[in-house]
Design a protein around this ligand. Structure first.
Ligand code: FES
Length: 191
């Protein structure tokens, strides 16, 4: 490409180079913005979030039965507002029958049994499972058929462990902060 030369003979970027670099930078920002369509509430700027800052999620718009996708540290996370039926299904389980036994109470925060927060990649090979699918109406992984219940626990297929629960805390009844652990952390959750 064209390079101008300075009096010392050193190459110097031409105006056209500058224009190309500037255009590329704008494109990169555009792609970055498109990658965040699911974040319900994003207090810090995208650069801070990429560095691992906590992400606040407003729960008010998430209706019972709905699953929202957010990103924290570049990882996909599901925030699920469980219905009474889904909570009951998650609690009425013989733990001895689970490949990765964890009581539902260890996967949610005390006083907020309806809100389930789990990482959004299958623990087999990382595909994104489909919500409200499969025999347990939790998630179904279309890649190799792993099924998860409404607590995000594996109930069948090749996935070896449950969908892990990321660190998060309730900052109010209708807002959580992902990336910051509360004192009442789930005891047996996989970090
Ligand atoms: Fe989900 Fe294989 S990646 S079952």
């Amino acid at each position: 490409r064209d390079l101008a030369t300075t009096a010392t003979g050193a190459p110097q970027h031409t105006r056209r180079d500058f224009m190309m670099i500037a255009t590329g930078a704008v494109g990169a920002v555009g792609v970055g913005a498109l990658a965040w369509p699911f974040v319900a509430s994003l207090a810090p700027d995208a650069q801070t979030v990429a560095a691992g800052a906590p992400v606040e999620v407003d729960l008010a718009p998430i209706s019972p039965g709905q699953i929202v996708k957010v990103f924290w540290r570049g990882k996909l996370i599901f925030v699920r507002n469980r219905t009474e039926e889904e909570i009951k299904a998650a609690q009425d389980v013989n733990l001895a029958s689970l490949p990765d036994p964890q009581p539902d109470s260890a996967r949610v925060k005390e006083g907020h049994p309806n809100i389930l927060v789990v990482y959004g990649n299958c623990t087999h090979l990382g595909c994104v499972p489909l919500g409200n699918e499969g025999p347990f109406h939790g998630w179904f992984c279309p890649c190799h058929g792993s099924v998860f219940d409404t607590s995000g626990r594996v109930r069948g297929g090749p996935a070896p462990i449950n969908l892990p629960v990321p660190p998060y805390t309730f900052v109010s009844d209708t807002k959580i902060r992902i990336g910051e652990e509360s004192n009442a952390a789930p005891k047996a959750a996989h970090a």
